[in-house]
Design a protein around this ligand. Structure first.
Ligand code: GLY
Length: 374
């Protein structure tokens, strides 16, 4: 497949906060000029992950070449960065840097940098513009678009935060050249999620081309990322604050969050891996409830397995001993639970997900027990 040079997608909100997602191989090296064209002279503050030295250098040279001066903060590795103490350091550094209301925050890295940097931008000086520069597949196709920002609380993941939309998302697929395969597979789970939710045609395309995406074929990757971002942009445009259709983006996530909490959000289980297992569980629960054919569920799960994603709880190395009851108990702490009722996204077949507050919990537990069996 021929490489697609550059694609620009629009996230249409209310006309005043609309923004572009620019997907272009190599655009990091042009970031300074791109920002100058769109935003003119600004003071820039970079919030970046620890593991992105090379990308940070590329960004900094591009900013310098465009005449920008900037300061930056490097977050500690992993979910620990999404904590009150680290957020306080970021906000202090921004204030020390004497940012003003016209300053621009640039979040560079994976989902942690985006969530943390976006939230720091949301609350500093009552709200600063920020640009997302996602460098992992998962953040390129999901977390960098849509304005969900935040940190974790002792009570749970992402429980403190704000909807604060970026002013631009810059996606440079060259950043994936060095991304470990495990993280590629985890990001792919969020790509296939869009197909499972409402695009059976995209699923067929992924069945034919998923291996190329995983092998980082330029054209296939650009198409998969652009299709995912377009799906996300459409959902966010329709329902920015998750009053309705945006909840579909949580397909597999009620299960995933319980699995991640059981693993203490550590490296045993990446978010995308938990989502892959969660989506297989959502399909299985849907089959058990008589909503979805076993053939569709098997086809969905087989695709994820073929591309190396875990699809069963038993696939998680060193998963702590637990029970279906305990896992369902953890789901009650999820922020999607309303009035004590759990929300699941279930499926009537590939491409047909829907929000359910009526899932049969006994069947959810059966699906969990089956998934845990070795
Ligand atoms: N990651 C789900 C959402 O942004 O709504």
């Amino acid at each position: 497949m021929a490489a697609v040079a550059s694609q620009s997608l629009r996230v249409s909100l209310d006309g005043t906060r609309d923004y572009d997602i620019l997907i272009e191989r190599g655009c990091l090296a042009r970031a300074g000029a791109l920002l100058k064209d769109r935003f003119g002279e600004r003071r820039i503050f970079i919030v970046r992950d620890a593991q992105v030295d090379a990308h940070a250098k590329a960004l900094e040279s591009a900013l310098s070449a465009a005449g920008y001066s900037f300061q930056s903060i490097t977050l500690p590795e992993g979910e620990d960065a999404k904590s009150w103490p680290v957020l306080q350091q970021t906000v202090n550094a921004m204030l020390e840097a004497r940012l003003d209301r016209k300053s621009l925050v640039v979040a560079l890295g994976g989902g942690v940098a985006g969530d943390h940097g976006g939230f720091a931008a949301a609350i500093t000086l009552r709200g600063l513009d920020y640009v997302q520069v996602p460098t992992t597949l998962l953040s390129q196709v999901d977390s960098s678009v849509g304005g969900k920002t935040g940190i974790n609380a002792p009570q749970g993941k992402n429980l403190v935060g704000a909807f604060h939309q970026p002013v631009l998302v810059l996606i440079d697929n060259t950043t994936l050249d060095t991304l470990p395969d495990r993280h590629m597979r985890a990001g792919y789970a969020e790509i296939v999620k869009y197909a499972f939710i409402r695009d059976a045609g995209f699923f067929e395309w992924l069945e034919a081309n998923g291996a190329k995406v995983m092998a980082r074929d330029d054209g296939a990757l650009a198409h998969a990322v652009a299709t995912s971002c377009a799906a996300k942009a459409a959902v966010v445009a329709a329902d920015e604050r998750e009053g309705g259709v945006r909840a579909l983006l949580n397909f597999g996530h009620t299960f995933a969050h319980a699995l991640e909490a059981t693993c203490n959000y550590d490296r045993r289980l990446l978010h995308g891996e938990a989502v892959a297992i969660g989506m297989a569980l959502a399909f299985d629960t849907s089959v058990r409830m008589g909503l979805c054919t076993a053939a569709d569920a098997a086809r969905a799960t087989a695709h994820m397995q073929r591309l190396g994603m875990p699809t069963r709880i038993a696939d998680i190395k060193d998963f702590p001993a637990t029970t279906p009851d305990a896992l369902v108990g953890l789901m009650g702490h999820d922020k999607k639970a309303i009035g004590g009722k759990l929300t699941f996204i279930l499926s009537r077949g590939i491409g047909h997900a829907f929000v359910s507050r009526e899932a049969d919990i006994a069947l959810v537990k059966e699906a969990l027990a089956a998934s845990m069996r070795t």
